[in-house]
Design a protein around this ligand. Sequence first.
Ligand code: GDP
Length: 341
Amino acid sequence: MKIKKYIANDFQEALKMVKAEMGSNAVILHQHRVKEKGLRGLFKKSKVEVVAAVEDTPYSVPKDIITKKDINELKNLIKTIATEKNTQIFENGVKSITSKLLEYGIEKELSQLLGEGIDELDEVGKELLKKRIKAFLGAPQPLDSGKSKKVLFIGPTGVGKTTTVAKIASHLILNEGKKVMLVTADVFRIAAYEQIKSYGDILGVPVRVVSNVFEFHKLQPEFKNYDVVLIDTAGRSHKDEKRVNELKTFMKYAECDEIYLCLSATTRPQDLKEVIKKYDFAGNYKLIFTKLDETDNYSSILNAVYYSGQPISYFTNGQIVPDDLMLADSEIIFSSIVKGY
Ligand code: GDP
């Protein structure tokens, strides 16, 4: 098996590099964002690092042959290779499983990557698909309360950010015995403060409200008394430039150790790409998906990882604090795809 690391500006570009060099049988083993270390890195956009692998196959076609062939010849070549490999290909060259993944709502290139070479969803096909989804999503990356102190939660309005902060706070207190403090930078909605305050009261932890990063810094001496400070931010419409700019300023100076972007599993596909693009300024973050209980289709989760190149951490599947929180689990997504097969 050949394994190689690629660095690119975004995930799509990295995939193109993988495909060009390793062919479309390559599987993504691992991907994350990297930033150049030191001062120079501060002013540079983060890059995406992708580790890909491909089986050494007797069917690998030299790259220069592919580029010189016209499209029809290329299609025939692929068909011949596929027949030899006993792989079913449709007239238009799209494989059956790939088209199922497309129908499910997964981005075209990702569908091809996940479905490549899987003839049907029999036991072998299912096992392979499950492995690929797992490899693509990587292991869930939850909050490491031993390393991270100031943890920021961002995301569009109403996705369930505050509820998720309360769930994570409960988990840290009840299961890890940590001392937690809650801060809300949501001064736009009185109800938002009341909501998090009532969670704080139930959990027996202090809740502070700040209207800007200067007020946040004034709280620093208090932070010393806590293991983890969870910071909830105002739910912003990603279309509201002013609010997004305020968040950028807050993030720039708050020096948080970790950032979580909360997204709802019910986000419409056309909105998902736009939201992720808008939050690109956040640099390195982890994804939390909420409201898995409100849909049977989790294509948005795979697509979000594909668009952003960021790891997943938690899923939430209901309104109940603290119960409806779990570590992100690729099997849930796989099961929903193969349901009925
Ligand atoms: P925020 O504006 O992003 O902070 O969202 P809130 O935490 O205020 O939640 C908005 C609504 O979503 C509330 O009614 C929550 O109870 C609900 N909610 C949060 N998480 C989940 C979830 O996992 N599933 C469902 N069905 N509802 C949720």
